[in-house]
Design a protein around this ligand. Structure first.
Ligand code: NAP
Length: 258
């Protein structure tokens, strides 16, 4: 299926690397303008410049999405500059691998700040122009951990379960307005976030990180880690104007593990 996003403007959080970067690239290749957000200015600007060097459109913005005023200012700027927001991919996320008994309460808030509250804030900000245009595509990056659970991932799983509930409820709220709201729920995807988590898990299990990752690969029916391309490809379907009848769904991208 060829996906055409010509002239469209899409906001992607966490677009400096991993799943977000691959999604931004595909949006640009489909003719859209990806507005790429991440905290590390150098990384996100370099990646946007790389896309522009390939003749594609891309804009980078260094922003911590937990900064409410920064989010408001950025969305206002996008609306002033382009007059439209066609899509929002809430992808940026924070992970916490910890035994709940050892886990300090002070570590919980920052996970929810990124995975839940920033996602809700950006969705609210982007929804206004979408309602006005009677068109919009919102895709939230959840996790298979929200559905299956994962040991030592209680806080993270709880935050992603909140994303699932938010997705379903908002989809119903805006269903008549030409706006779709969906989630993707990946299993283990080979990114920095995964490798950081696996390094903590392997220490807890007294294993070498690569050996630990190999055990994840062997447990997956496809005998591999998922890739950012696997997830970005799925997100692109949900961003497509053609996918107008799919809303309130959460698509697993898991190699069959769930
Ligand atoms: N990898 C997996 O196995 C896996 C599985 C299930 C779900 N997921 C979900 O997939 C999403 C993307 O993860 P990934 O694996 O692609 O991670 P990644 O490679 O570590 O990339 C995360 C991106 O988010 C940005 N980011 C993090 N916190 C941010 C903040 N407060 N404000 C703005 N940008 C922020 C990071 O850049 P800066 O650090 O520069 O800000 C980076 O660009 C997350 O929601 C994650 O929970 C991942």
């Amino acid at each position: 299926m060829s996906i055409d996003l010509t002239d469209q403007v899409h906001i992607i959080t966490g677009a400096g690397r991993g799943i977000g970067l691959e999604t931004a690239r595909r949006i640009a290749q489909a003719g859209g303008l990806p507005i790429m957000i991440a905290r590390s200015a150098e990384q996100v600007e370099q990646e946007a410049a790389r896309l522009r060097d390939e003749g594609l459109e891309a804009q980078a913005h260094a922003l911590d999405i937990t900064d409410a005023d920064g989010c408001k200012a950025l969305i206002k700027q996008v609306r002033d500059d382009h007059g439209r927001i066609d899509g929002l991919v809430n992808n940026a996320g924070a992970n916490l691998v910890a035994n709940l008994l050892m886990c300090k309460e002070s570590t919980w808030g920052p996970i929810f700040d990124v995975n839940v509250f920033a996602l809700m804030r950006l969705t609210q900000l982007c929804l206004k122009p979408m309602v006005r245009a009677k068109y919009g595509r919102i895709v939230n990056v959840s996790s298979i951990a929200a559905k299956l659970g994962a040991p030592y991932n209680t806080i993270y799983s709880a935050s992603k379960a909140a994303v699932e509930g938010f997705t379903r409820s908002l989809a119903l709220e805006v269903a008549k307005l030409g706006i779709t709201v969906n989630a993707v729920a990946p299993a283990q995807v080979d990114t920095d976030l995964l490798r950081q988590g696996m390094s903590v898990r392997s220490k807890m299990a007294g294993k070498d990180t690569e050996e630990y990752i190999q055990s994840i690969v062997e447990a997956n029916p496809q005998q591999r880690l998922l890739t950012p391309a696997d997830v970005a490809g799925t997100i692109m379907h949900l961003l497509s104007p053609a996918t107008s009848g799919v809303t309130g769904q959460s698509w697993n991208v898991c190699g069959g593990v769930a």
